[in-house]
Write a protein that binds this ligand. Structure first.
Ligand SMILES: *Cc1c(COP(=O)(O)O)cnc(C)c1O
Length: 295
């Protein structure tokens, strides 16, 4: 069976009075529209992994994540879509939430794993699936050279050449992919990464590890809002205003922080008038449901 890997991810304008005042054209690449659960960058990150698994005759995807992992859910959904089995090792003690419910509903077998054992993922895989030739190891967050290749494919989809390109970073794999795409196509676009973790400077090392060329880009480490999955009233208020004025749903873990950064940098005159700026909406809508009590 050949997988149908066609996707739809339009570019739409983000209108805001500040951008009009500063003469900026800001756009959003709607990777969140690729699929409701194999959301945004997770689809791009899984694409070549799925192709490789199929080539190797693997029929059981085995992966890893926290209890709110968008990657676990994306893998469960992709496995169901393509007729594969799936297992997810979940970090920590057994819990219930919307993400894990949807993983189970898609047939994923969940194995809750204490934090100590979770650290050694290849050992866990070996212990549970060492004799299972159908099982295929996919690292936490889908991080792999295949994932970088999939994310690089975003670049030739772009309708124009942008002056600035923004992306939220967890592991930095998506950022490495986009940089690879910009480099391959020799675009003069300046890339900006927004780490969502506190002290995200280490991401530069993780991104550069994937690149076999020198590439200048900006890393803005001041937009973590306290750390991973942390929020502030200011961030939540930005998100409410954004959703209500654009009709585009965003969440506070990744895309909310990155879009906030663009508005903040624009207010500080960091972009030349007339600049075309692109932000990628990397999805993650089920994670939003896990944060509803914060709003
Ligand atoms: C996983 C995820 C990211 C982070 O992607 P990395 O490749 O790990 O940097 C960004 N946005 C959303 C919505 C995600 O689910």
């Amino acid at each position: 069976m050949q997988y149908n890997l066609e996707i739809f991810s339009p570019v739409q304008p983000w209108q805001h009075p500040l951008f009009a005042e500063k003469g900026l054209n800001v756009f959003i690449k709607r990777d969140d529209m690729i699929h409701p659960l194999i959301s945004g960058n997770k689809w791009r990150k899984l694409k070549h992994t799925l192709i490789k698994a199929q080539l190797l005759g693997k029929t059981h995807l085995v992966t890893f994540g926290g209890a709110y992992s968008n990657h676990l859910l994306a893998t469960a959904s992709a496995a169901a879509k393509f007729g594969l089995a799936s297992t997810g090792f979940v970090r920590g003690e057994e819990v219930q939430n919307d993400t894990l419910f949807l993983c189970r509903l898609h047939g994923m077998n969940l194995i809750f794993t204490d934090r100590e054992a979770y650290r050694n993922k290849s050992l866990l895989f070996e212990q549970h699936f060492g004799n299972d030739t159908s099982a295929y190891f996919i690292d936490e967050g889908g991080a792999s050279p295949e994932a970088v290749k999939g994310c690089a494919e975003l670049v030739p989809e772009l309708p124009i050449c942008y002056d600035h390109f923004f992306c939220a970073c967890g592991t930095g794999t998506t950022a490495a992919g986009i940089i690879t795409g910009l480099h391959q196509h020799q675009l003069p676009t300046h890339f900006h990464a927004i780490p969502v973790l506190k002290g995200g400077g280490f991401i530069r090392h993780d991104i550069n590890d994937y690149l076999n060329f020198e590439y200048p880009y900006s890393l803005h480490t001041d937009y973590h809002f306290g750390g991973y999955a942390k929020t502030t009233p200011e961030l939540l208020s930005f998100i409410k205003t954004f959703v209500q004025s654009t009709g585009i749903l965003i969440e506070p873990i990744y895309t909310g922080k990155m879009l906030y950064a663009i508005l903040d940098l624009a207010s500080k005159d960091k972009f030349a008038p007339g600049s075309n700026i692109l932000a990628v909406h990397s999805g993650g809508m089920i994670g939003l449901l896990g944060m509803k009590e914060k709003f």
